[in-house]
Design a binder for this molecule. Structure first.
Ligand SMILES: NC(=O)c1ccc[n+]([C@@H]2O[C@H](COP(=O)([O-])OP(=O)(O)OC[C@H]3O[C@@H](n4cnc5c(N)ncnc54)[C@H](OP(=O)(O)O)[C@@H]3O)[C@@H](O)[C@H]2O)c1
Length: 362
């Protein structure tokens, strides 16, 4: 890591602690120079740090969570956007300290502890000593959480927020079903729905049942030993399907009330764009989505949508408040130093670690 302590020292001891342009020219980062297995990942110490745009914030990373999207991007998911831009830096989530702010940033100051997440299509990710996020992708880190704990929350929780609050607009009278509640998105979705006062049911693997019942679900069905359709009773206002296969889609759609929302995390826009190119793939994806929406409206009277994570200031603030109140967390199973990113990706890919993995930036 070049210049880090000296440069940070200069920045923090500057006359104006609230606004500072970065003097950090380069830093350490994990690069994907070509798509492939974990061994393609390269930790380089001389990766340039671009100048901040007016609304951007330079964050001295302390912890960076690993999301399934990072592994998929490393393998080539999103190649229609990213291939011509290689090498890219992967990683969406970050918790750290504001090191410098752009000229129009008004809500954050140098030295504040923040957490947040980048949009899925961002090219310069967070697996680096210095991440760049826009002001509205960051908020103050709850003091009750460590950087490791905080970094595990934003990307999955913003995805869950988008589905439950922005799309389904859940209220306290609603019944919500989370298919695949054991993962980070499913678990944060459960906590968001419970916080609103919804009655929540979920499906998950056997190791997750007790954790999800403790989080407030009324019913946690182990899909490895029980017949979901037989065991889950009644109809739901919203179904969030984190698995998104044909079988879970069929079950989820059939369990909805008329007017209810089925939301899958496995929208096909990126995979079709990767297969056919942006010009053909995106219109094809839109056509498929519209066709499904019409079909399900006609056959079941329900709303069907693909949920994609979106950086959303209102959502991030809501998430921060819940995390601060102890109502929202993502258990971190294991941490690795950033330098062992290959081992961390191996562990996630081979499911050697069942839950969340976080990279610590020393
Ligand atoms: N469309 C989007 O914008 C978007 C955004 C985020 C994620 N996604 C996608 O949504 C899917 C889920 O993402 P995620 O971040 O929730 O993945 P994740 O945290 O890696 O969870 C995946 C699965 O791992 C198991 N698991 C996780 N934590 C566990 C624990 N502590 N103990 C035991 N098992 C555990 C769960 O399986 P069990 O069922 O066995 O409990 C869970 O369903 C992925 O396919 C991802 O690519 C899409």
């Amino acid at each position: 890591m070049m210049f880090r302590s000296a440069a940070i020292g200069r920045i923090l001891s500057g006359l104006d602690r609230s606004r500072s342009l970065s003097t950090i020219a380069s830093c350490r980062a994990v690069l994907v120079p070509r798509f492939g297995r974990p061994d393609v990942l390269e930790v380089r110490s001389d990766v340039s740090v671009p100048d901040l745009k007016p609304k951007e914030v330079l964050v001295g990373s302390r912890a960076v969570a690993i999301n399934p999207l990072d592994l998929r991007m490393r393998e080539g998911y999103g190649r229609s956007i990213f291939e011509s831009l290689l090498p890219i830096i992967i990683g969406r989530d970050v918790s750290g300290e504001v090191a410098a702010v752009g000229s129009s940033v008004s809500s954050l100051k140098v030295g504040q502890e923040v957490f947040g997440a980048l949009h899925p299509t961002a090219v310069r990710g967070t697996y680096t000593d210095y991440a760049i996020l826009s002001e509205d992708e960051l908020t103050i880190k709850p003091s009750t959480l460590s950087h490791v704990e905080a970094s595990a929350i934003p990307f999955p929780a913003l995805t869950a927020w988008r589905a439950l609050h922005s799309t389904a607009r859940i209220t306290d009278c609603d019944r919500v079903l989370i298919i695949g509640g054991g993962g980070a998105v499913g678990f944060t979705a459960i906590q968001l729905a419970v916080a609103v006062g919804c009655k929540v049911a979920t499906t998950c693997g056997p190791e997750s049942v007790d954790r999800l019942l403790s989080a407030g679900v009324e019913q946690a069905v182990d899909y490895t030993s029980e017949d979901i359709e037989f065991v889950i009773k009644g109809r739901f206002d919203a179904v969030l399907d984190t698995i998104g296969g044909p079988e879970t889609e069929r079950i989820g759609v059939n369990l909805l009330k008329k007017g209810g929302h089925y939301m899958t995390l496995q929208g096909e826009a990126a995979s079709l764009a990767d297969k056919y190119g942006l010009a053909v793939g995106l219109p094809a994806a839109t056509a498929i989505l519209l066709k499904k929406q019409c079909q399900y409206r006609y056959s079941h009277g329900i709303e069907y949508s693909w949920t994609f994570m979106r950086a959303d200031m209102e959502g991030l603030e809501g998430i921060r408040r819940l995390a601060e109140a102890g109502k929202l967390h993502v258990p971190v199973e294991k941490t690795f130093p950033l330098s062992q990113v290959k081992e961390a990706h191996e562990a996630k890919e081979k499911r050697l670690v069942p839950g969340k993995i976080v990279l610590e930036v020393d």
